[in-house]
Design a binder for this molecule. Structure first.
Ligand SMILES: Nc1ncnc2c1ncn2[C@@H]1O[C@H](COP(=O)(O)OP(=O)(O)O)[C@@H](O)[C@H]1O
Ligand SMILES: [Mg+2]
Length: 631
């Protein structure tokens, strides 16, 4: 579908969402679908729930966060259950400001943004639909129209509890425009949108001296005072503060703890009592969730300040630590790279994993449990099996520190180092070593890393590097396996021919020239030595093999590569030893011979076709493994 068609369809969709009717009509809708009257907190909770909840090993996983937030399942479960769920049920936490606390670049803003974008979408669905008094700048809840003394009756009839008072503006409109006839007041469906400032807002403090509370609660419109005659006429007031605009939805409060106290008190009144003071009016009721975020240091200094004591009990703090699973960290990087402008650079297999190993190591706390080193802990956290440990141990490790993940290297640093390596060297491919090198080079420039930490981090880099060495060696071996079966068979046949000639004191015939040759003692020994057969024991070993072969022949069974355990092991080892040579050759000889070249090319082809390399990264890998084997 081309873009013009899509635009048209979008317009039709928008049209389809429109609804307008009287308050009486609205009550009809409410009777059918009571969820239209849910509180902002309940709507947010239901939005998360409706996206799907999976329960695994007694833990909840929310599909809502699934493709953007990785590795924070426990923190999210706590956030959703302890805050959103309880607040949705009007429990006391609803009356507190939600403060996400965690280290820099740990996903706090991402979570809040997801809630905002999610709410915008959800308000376009049937389950998430929101209705408001038409023409109200705060999109006030129509149920506020119901007079206090009738609310109990309303609850009896509709099962819906009404909180909050009709705002001064709508009170006046009710009298003047509708002659007091509540049932005639026009109601419309609204679609939440941060861009249009409907139900979703962001407040970020500017210079504390110059910031005006009006940014939060609106202000008098002096140009209209003359028209309405008084400052206390609600029509002369602009209800366009962030708190006004975010009514019915969610407001993000950035840098809340940096904010002047007077701003905080407004928020507290709003969360605590469901209303705030604006202009010269009676309190204005609003229904919105306030989410703020901060880092640990800022939070601690806030707590330490006696002046803020009264505020503590009115804030609910939810920790959002760094992810501690290597494989999830890789997914974070993949996501961030996809969103960046380095998305088309080839990143060699394992490069992100190795970076993630480093990063997670910087975040883990040293366990006091016996036999648990940093790397083992990292693997256990990632769900890998480590000899001598079980699931129970992992749970215990997690319980050892309640505040793990609040420090360390953030994902953005890693992505910046990857970009910087790519840009600086103008690389078209980047591998694990490039990434580690760049991470290392950047440590000096990282403002918040102490000398002690730097020392530790350098150690982690070398741990990650060692992990990479192992992975790289295995990878090349795997890539060699293509010709492996065939090579193993050829080598064994060759060995057996020689063994037979040796035992029978025969000569061999060169298949090409037809010339007679003595058995190749060097070849046989090179295989036997792999499994520690001494010069004295070689004869017995060779004879034993021949006996085995004839036993097989008598039973009409084929003697093959798997028929003799120790021989197989010897052949295998010999092949890998040869591989070592092959790989060595790629680095040491400038001009490999035809045979070597063929092997190298096979391995490279296999790395590319089956293991995700490109020709640059495959050659890098071979060269590197070659240098490892030469050590
Ligand atoms: N656990 C995580 N899962 C997915 N992405 C993450 C995670 N932690 C950090 N990020 C990514 O790192 C970047 C910084 O995260 P952000 O939400 O701005 O952090 P904060 O607000 O905590 O400083 C974003 O691109 C975000 O997507
Ligand atoms: Mg942020």
């Amino acid at each position: 579908m081309d873009i013009l068609n899509k635009i048209q369809r979008h317009r039709e969709e928008e049209e389809g969402l429109k609804w307008e009717g009287t308050f009486a009509d609205y009550l009809e809708i409410l009777r059918e679908r009571p969820e239209v009257a849910q509180t902002a907190h309940a709507r947010i909770y239901n939005m998360i729930k409706d996206a799907g909840v999976e329960e695994k090993d007694g833990k909840k996983r929310y599909r809502f966060f699934e493709d953007q937030i990785f590795g924070l399942e426990d923190a999210l479960e706590r956030l959703v259950e302890e805050y959103f769920h309880s607040a949705a049920r009007r429990l006391d936490v609803k009356k507190r400001i939600l403060l996400l606390m965690g280290p820099v670049s740990g996903g706090k803003s991402t979570i809040v943004t997801m809630l905002k974008r999610g709410l915008e979408k959800y308000s376009r669905t049937d389950q998430g639909a929101v209705y408001a008094i038409k023409g109200c700048p705060m999109h006030e809840d129509p149920l506020h129209l119901i007079p206090q003394h009738l609310r109990h009756d309303f609850y009896q009839e509709y099962g819906v509890r009404v909180e909050g008072n009709l705002s001064p503006l709508n009170m006046m409109r009710l009298e003047q425009e509708y002659g007091g006839r509540i049932e005639d007041v026009l109601v419309e469906r609204i679609v939440l949108s941060e861009d249009r400032r409907v139900g979703v807002g962001t407040f970020s403090p500017s210079d504390p001296k110059s910031q005006d509370i009006a940014d939060l609660t609106g202000s008098i419109d002096f140009s209209t005072i003359a028209e309405y005659g008084s400052e206390s006429d609600p029509r002369a007031y602009r209800f366009d503060g962030e708190l006004n605009k975010a009514n019915r939805g969610l407001m993000e409060f950035q840098e809340m703890l940096k904010c002047d106290e007077k701003f905080l008190w407004h928020l507290l009144s709003l969360t605590q009592e469901g209303n705030f003071k604006a202009g010269r009016f009676a309190l204005i009721s609003a229904d919105e969730m306030i989410v703020a975020h901060t880092n640990e240091a800022e939070y601690k200094s806030f707590i330490a300040n006696k002046k803020n004591e009264a505020l503590h009990s009115r804030i609910i703090v939810m920790p959002i630590p760094y992810n501690l699973k290597v494989s999830e960290e890789e997914r974070i990087y993949e996501k961030m790279i996809k969103e960046s402008d380095i998305g088309d650079v080839h990143i060699a297999p394992h490069a992100l994993k190795i970076a993630a190993i480093f990063t997670v190591l910087t975040r883990l706390k040293e366990s006091k449990k016996n036999g648990v080193d940093a790397l083992k802990k990292l693997k256990l956290y990632d769900g890998q099996s480590v000899e001598g440990f079980n699931a129970q141990d992992v749970e215990e490790l997690k319980k050892e520190f309640s505040d793990e993940g609040m420090e360390g290297i953030d994902p953005r640093y890693v992505i910046n180092r990857i970009s910087s390596a790519i840009i600086r060297k103008d690389l078209s491919a980047i591998n694990a070593l490039d990434v580690l090198r760049s991470i290392k080079d950047g440590l000096g420039q990282h403002a918040s890393i102490s000398e002690d930490d730097k020392e530790r981090y350098l150690n982690f880099i070398s741990t990650a590097r060692k992990e990479y060495d192992e992975i790289a060696k295995k990878e090349v071996q795997k890539a060699f396996v293509y010709s492996y079966e065939e090579s193993a068979k050829t080598l064994m046949d060759n060995y057996l021919d020689n063994v037979e000639a040796y035992c029978n004191k025969n000569k061999l015939r060169d298949p090409l020239t037809g010339e007679e040759m003595n058995p190749d003692e060097k070849l046989m020994r090179s295989i036997e030595e792999q499994i520690g057969i001494s010069e004295n024991a070689k004869k017995a070993f060779r004879e034993e093999i021949l006996i085995r072969i004839s036993a097989y022949a008598r039973k009409g069974k084929k003697f093959d590569y798997n028929s003799h355990e120790r021989l197989r092991e010897a052949i295998q080892k010999k092949l890998f030893a040869d591989l070592k040579d092959v790989v060595k050759i790629t680095t040491s000889t400038k001009i490999p011979d035809e045979n070597q070249l063929k092997k190298i090319n096979n391995v490279i082809e296999r790395l590319i076709n089956e293991h995700g390399y490109n020709s640059v990264s495959a050659n890098d890998l071979l060269r590197y493994v070659g240098s490892l084997l030469n050590r």
